[in-house]
Write a protein that binds this ligand. Sequence first.
Ligand code: DGJ
Length: 723
Amino acid sequence: MMSRGNSKTVCLHGLTSSVVLDYNDTEAPVWRYWGARLQDEFDATSLPHYLNPAPPATLTTESALTLAPTYGAGWFQQPALRAHRHGQQFVQQWQRVTVEALAHNHLQFFLADDIARISLTMSLRLNAATDVLTISTTLNNHGHDALTVDCCASATLPLPAQARHVEAIHGIWANEFRVEREPLTRSTWRRDNNRGRTSHDNFPAAVVLCESATRHVGHVYGAQLNWSGNHTQSIERLDDGAYQWQLGEAFAPGEVILESATSITLASVSAAFSPHGLNGLAQSFHAALHQRLPWRDGAMPPRRVHFNTWEALYFAHSELELMTLATSAAELGVERFVLDDGWFHGRTNDRAGLGDWWVDRNKYPQGLMPLARHLEALGMSFGLWVEPEMVNPDSDLYRQHPDWVLSVDQRESILGRHQLVLNLALPEVSEYLFHQLNNLCSALPIAYLKWDMNRDLAMAASASTGRASYRAQVLALYQLLRRLNDAFPALEIESCASGGGRADAGILQFCHRVWTSDNNDAVSRVAIQRGAMRWLPPAVLGSHVGAAPSHTTGRSQSLDFRAAVALGGHFGCELDVRALDSVSRHTLHQWILLYKRLRHQLHHGVVWQGEAGDGVVWQAHGSTTSLVILIYRLQPTAQRYPPTMLLPMLAKTKRYLIERIDPREPIFDTTVAVKNHKCLFDDINGQGARLHGEWLANHGLTLPHLMAETAIVLTLNAISDDT
Ligand code: DGJ
């Protein structure tokens, strides 16, 4: 056995996880452990400083996984860093290492290579309340000449040999957040995104499940890159059967060349381990995100009921139409009216106008103030759609400043939805956009911006330097958003990118909600929202009652089902509510009242998801003693009797009162006359049923017969200790 000599060991402890690293003054810190919580009394100094026995035919170097493996000095797996100076100094080796405790559970490592004349500053902070480990990395060039950086992972994480599966998110427009499970094998697992925005295709995160982990139990690991641009991640099997997991930004060729005495701070990684399965992991990420959403004064206000004009009117804006729509929405209980695309200069369709951020006087002869006043009188706040990063060639802005777009000399620019991308890294562009947005938000009572972004980046170079500008674009976007946050602290911003194409934890440093998907079909939405909730809490997931048939799938579902699905996120309406008959208006109004009654628990409570089987899925919000449960039957049953639904999070010593609270007609199970037969839902529909937590956790709640594409909403409240 080999010893690392005079190594010191450091531990970070959360509620349910611990991290252990070894370090000494002359070698890179080695990952010793990331997993289930070790006891407080755990004595790190007693850890045996042994490494694996050296295999035959090996080099004299050891191959333990470090915080930042380097290239060319005995590590044969993927390194965290690939960099060189004009083809030389491609080998790096950390030889000078210091560690500083910045705060409780917060360490800063400094790793220097004095030959390559580079260093890494890496901060590791384990939040003791959420168990989220945040890793931030800065690469410094101390040399006299430029360092070309081909890649630099933000984090290299250890995974145990018991890791079996990885679940990542893939998708397309209108079908985002699809969870895809793959086995971990000897082949390196990898996901790349080069679309310039977070993308519908690959979400910058994954979950790794150890053997026998489920929704509710078992060891799971998760990590996400807090970034809204190009990204890459890989999981690679190591020689001892364990794995390394690297996440980082992806750079275009030549994009990162560090001049002498400069540095690059990379997007941070948030990672967590949970011994409580997928739900435990998601709860950690939800809690961590809630802690850092940019609310004024730090407190999330109640999430208002939205009305969005897009699928009701598209580009056919007229002041009169909008006012009648607003009145009709207000009568239903809507609290915020978001005027979507179509309000600004020259915007009669999606071929023109982007860039000209002043009101279209043909549609709004007196500007937007009359509409804003009308909303105010109705008690609704005003939201406005913008797409600041984009410009249509058919716009005054482009005619004046064709040089403001990202482009490559001598190559024809590629259009997406008839638009080009402004180079936000040019100070004059960011200044122009801030000025336009500042004008709008100062002149009108705008409480909310829906910030859209409707194309991938291609040929994203700065016209003046010819160098790739994907990364600079994201940083400049963040800077612009930060400036708006500072100038208008009460302004809420929604991140939209053709639906959920930019719905990541990076953008949520500056935004308050994401538009989860353009797909408002409730059946599709259940899967989309369930995937998104792996990472994002329901309070930030825009979720609207759309029209039937759905504009993106052509399918129809009942209004009750559409509303019950919207209840699972941040509730809104996106249909012409004037066209609803009086029964439907009454129904929608009842669901809006229910949402208002439940929203505190829906958005501040802990979330559990589960599957009852036979086409039934559920999500529960609250605490182990008080829950709201949304139950969705997606498929027609294939069983003679309905399934039972296990609720393993309930307190085993308590009895619960179960009540049905959705505004649908009661579902009575005794439609078939069976002698002496009484069904649970006969009581649940009526005065409520009382059942024991232990029974519900282990046997489960017996569900009623439900038609396909219907939902029920229950509350479960602990009523006594059963001692
Ligand atoms: C794409 C968004 O996802 C939609 O919700 C809508 O805002 C349109 N853009 C408007 O152009």
